[in-house]
Design a protein around this ligand. Structure first.
Ligand code: PMM
Length: 265
């Protein structure tokens, strides 16, 4: 089974679970519950990347995430820090995170690649074209699979030049980031091309708006979680290394079904 990265948002405004875990005790308890449910990585984030979201300052982001990272790491969890800020990433690694998950792939903060290179942490490079506030203005592609693949390959090279060995990189197509509706399906359909770049590939479809295009605009969160679990199965079949999800139990069950299907002789 592939890696299941469980989302631990410590934010009052994230689009899908905003406010539920803004208190550090709640966030830690939620993270441990996700681990019990089968998450192999816990992804702690302190700033919403929802379209149109306002950035928080680095101090506030640190205040939100560092205690949660520290306690989850102390509990033995593999922790990733979801941030595009180099200083937050460096502090989170010191607090016990072993993965830096940067949805901007180092583009939002030009200190990020060097900051990660100076640690032993793995860097998740997300495909990104600009801040949430105006990312849809950049969502124009002739060939979304080719352009995303080329841009991720360029960031992979930049990370290598900054001193991060290939073995410490993970690529992510950045579903929903500067990609409108239906085009996300096209990109997922071409996932194998991104897998062929080389580094392991992480996919984050969880609860995202484009899912509603397939199952209905009024789809409840539970229905989006079911749709997410299906995309987890398809991502594993396309060669993904991991999936980033809110509802860990649903994805774990879906992946277990796939394992049983594939394991039967
Ligand atoms: N999506 C969100 C946040 N962080 N990180 C990675 N690597 N990939 C993603 O697709 C991704 C991410 C969207 O926000 P959420 O935390 O509310 O799901």
């Amino acid at each position: 089974m592939i890696e299941i990265m469980g989302v631990v948002n410590v934010t009052p405004d994230s689009f899908s679970d905003g406010g539920e875990h803004a208190d550090p005790d709640d966030a830690v308890a939620h993270g441990l519950a996700l681990r019990d449910a089968g998450a192999t990585i816990l992804d702690v984030g302190g700033e919403s990347t929802r379209p149109g979201a306002q950035p928080v300052g680095s101090e506030e982001e640190r205040r939100r995430v560092l205690p949660v990272v520290e306690r989850l790491a102390a509990a033995g969890a593999v922790v990733s820090i979801d941030t595009y800020r180099a200083d937050v990433a460096a502090d989170a690694v010191r607090a016990g995170a072993s993965i830096v998950n940067d949805v901007s792939g180092g583009l939002a903060d030009d200190g990020m690649l060097a900051a990660v290179a100076a640690t032993e942490a793995t860097l998740v490079i997300g495909h990104w074209r600009g801040p949430s506030a105006d990312m849809y203005a950049r969502a124009s592609y002739d060939d979304i699979v080719a352009e995303t693949t080329d841009e991720l390959a360029a960031r992979t090279a930049a990370a290598g030049e900054a001193g991060i060995p290939a073995g410490r990189l993970v690529l992510d197509p950045g579903i929903g980031f500067a990609k409108a509706g239906e085009r996300n399906w096209e990109l997922l359909r071409g996932l194998e091309r991104i897998v062929r770049i080389g580094p392991p590939v992480l996919v984050g479809t969880s609860r995202k708006r484009f899912l509603a295009g397939a199952i209905g605009d009024d789809a409840s969160r539970d229905r989006r979680d079911l749709a997410t679990a299906v995309t987890s199965v398809l991502a594993q079949q396309a060669g993904a290394w991991g999936v980033r999800v809110h509802d860990v139990a649903a994805t774990r069950d879906a992946l277990a079904v796939l394992d049983a299907w594939e394991g039967a002789r």
